[in-house]
Design a protein around this ligand. Structure first.
Ligand code: ARG
Length: 579
């Protein structure tokens, strides 16, 4: 079905079309009003277009308001501030739309008419290193975006582009050959390989001959030496077992785990192809792609083969890109990494364009997780925090809170709930931030039951589910009925913004829009619940029976639970029935 934000967006776009401003139109034509006192939805189109075309924004806004006028969904828009258009929705229209969508398992959200093949490349840790807190963001963001795109009807392929073929293996091979311990490799492969790597690394600092030895091991591996290949295979297999455990704990799924090594045979042909088509050129013995026509990249060539013949991270990404376009028919590829790789992906996208690959490349980059001292989060000893330790700590802390709040719960349920709350809180802390910003990590904040947190959302969900169960037990069912109270209408209108919110998440690959939205829904629900008794409504003036009002409010509870529940699913946070 069509939602008000979508309807008004199209209406406004059609009015703007008559102005001949051309495209691009402002990306988000319609969004929720920051302050509901001023309206339900707003547009800053007049501000953006006014500036772009030298028109006074308030005058332009007034013209647009007059052309839009009243619609089936809205009263005539008002101009506010420097040139915002504010829309108020018609309550009756919203209430009837609300009742038409609550019975639907997808809440009226249709699948994309033109589904795209979207590849989401995320997590992708380098093996021979433990996953640390930095990998959390990529893993959590990637999983959430994959779920949202899929829910909207796109054909999503998720892939873990493991760093399994880098220079670190020279060191690791040498270390293992010198003093490898089988048992430790089996027990904690990632930690152990990292340790071997560091041992050789520091030995090489003292003694350059060791660096040469490690290089020789790498050369042998990359040139098919059976012994080194067999060892490398064991390192990878053992590491994957450990990684899978972590992913399983996090509820993260990959359709493919295809590391850098998967493309190793294709690297020579990538370089040859790019050279043959004049996109890459030799430069001081190396091979580079130059971007003379791109002001930003003019002096930043993309190195794809070193002068000693070695290939690079870039070469592998080009091979992977070609594979994903040719074999998977990818229309869009999302790469989820931290902001330090921005230049790399800019160069990759620019190369892809010249290569004629018909694909949209999006670098979904994120900032750092900071400690209280505003520096990247570290342990007290100054080491990076390991992901598995962070997860364990989340569970421990959530359990302690639960043990205090609900001593009555049987142990097994306490553990289960603590898991959902602890992991949910950790994920939510990440997802609820604008990904481009750094954020300060505070356990107290993310585990708090107040504010924009997972415990707050889960708590709201649990309360509504309890109401629904109680209603069910008393044989009361939800049905069409009057909804007129301001807190009821506010909730109705918010629930009609779920689909547009998901589209906003999609258009910018920013899950925090969804978090902010769910938080608003949960808050609006609490306000509604405080002012409108659901199961025992007081006498209501007018002709409707008490029963029909109760049924309508119950429907509102149902719609809220369905929206929050679906939202939690998309964030990858486990729903709870009690807490
Ligand atoms: N392994 C890389 C790292 O840990 C991330 C890889 C991201 N994906 C890609 N196709 N380059 O920084």
């Amino acid at each position: 079905m069509q939602f008000p934000a979508e309807f008004l967006g199209e209406k406004l776009a059609s009015v703007l079309a008559t102005y001949g401003f051309g495209s691009p139109l402002p990306e988000l034509l319609i969004e929720p009003c920051a302050d509901p006192r001023f309206g339900d939805l707003q547009s800053n189109a007049a501000l953006i277009l006014g500036k772009r075309h030298g028109r006074e924004p308030r005058m332009l806004a007034a013209e647009l308001a007059a052309s839009v006028g009243a619609t089936e969904w809205s009263l005539p828009p008002e101009v506010a501030g420097p040139g915002f258009l504010n829309f108020r929705l018609k309550p009756d229209r919203c209430v009837s739309a609300f009742f038409s969508l609550i019975g639907d398992s997808r809440l009226g959200i249709e699948e994309a008419k033109e589904p795209q093949r979207v590849v989401v490349d995320f997590s992708s840790p380098n093996i021979a290193k433990e996953m640390h807190v930095g990998h959390l963001r990529s893993t959590i963001l990637g999983e959430c975006l994959a779920r949202v795109y899929r829910f909207l009807g796109h054909r999503v392929t998720t892939v873990n582009h493991l760093g399994d073929w880098g220079t670190q293996f020279g060191m690791v091979l040498l270390g293992f050959k010198r003093h490898g311990e089988e048992a430790r490799l089996e027990e904690r492969p990632l930690e152990y390989l990292e340790e071997l790597y560091q041992q050789i690394q520091s030995a090489a600092k003292e003694n350059p001959a060791i660096r040469e030895e490690a290089k020789a091991e790498l050369w042998k591996l990359q040139n098919g030496d059976p012994e080194n290949l067999a060892l490398w295979r064991r390192f990878i297999a053992a590491s994957q077992v450990e990684l899978s455990r972590l992913y399983e704990e996090l509820g993260v799924h990959f359709d493919f785990t295809m590391g850098e090594s998967a493309y190793r045979d294709q690297l020579p042909s990538v370089v040859r192809d790019l050279q043959a088509s004049g996109i890459a050129q030799p430069s001081q013995g190396a091979v580079c792609v130059f971007f003379p026509d791109d002001p930003e990249l003019q002096d930043k060539p993309f190195l794809i083969q070193k002068s000693d013949g070695a290939y690079l991270y870039a070469t592998t990404d080009l091979a992977a890109l070609r594979f994903r376009v040719e074999e998977w028919k990818a229309d869009r590829i999302l790469y989820i990494t931290d902001g330090r790789q921005r230049l790399h992906f800019q160069q990759l996208a620019a190369t892809a364009k010249r290569w004629g690959l018909p694909v949209r490349i999006e670098h979904v980059w994120f900032g750092s997780i900071l400690g209280e001292d505003k520096k990247p989060l570290k342990t007290r000893e100054g080491k990076p925090i390991k992901l598995r330790e962070l997860l364990a700590e989340a569970l421990r802390r959530a359990y302690a809170i639960l043990a205090e709040k609900r001593p009555d719960l049987p142990e097994e349920r306490k553990v289960r709930i603590a898991r959902a709350v602890g992991l949910g809180a950790l994920k939510y802390a990440d997802l609820s931030q604008n990904r481009n910003l750094d954020y300060v990590f505070r356990w107290e904040k993310l585990l708090s039951f107040e504010g924009n947190t997972a415990p707050y959302l889960l708590n709201a969900y649990v309360r509504i589910r309890a109401i629904l169960r109680k209603a069910d037990a008393s044989g009361i069912s939800a049905a069409h009925g009057p909804l007129r109270e301001p807190t009821e209408l506010r909730l109705v209108k918010l629930l009609l913004d779920f689909c547009p919110t998901l589209e906003r998440v999609e258009s910018e690959s920013r899950p925090h829009f969804l978090c902010t939205y769910l938080y608003e829904v949960a808050r609006a629900f609490h306000r509604f619940y405080e002012s409108c008794p659901v199961l025992q409504p007081g006498p209501h003036p007018g002709t409707e029976s008490v029963g029909s009002q109760r049924a309508a409010r119950l429907a509102l509870c149902q719609g809220t639970a369905a929206t929050l529940g679906t939202g939690l699913d998309l964030l990858g946070i486990e729903r709870l029935e009690e807490m």
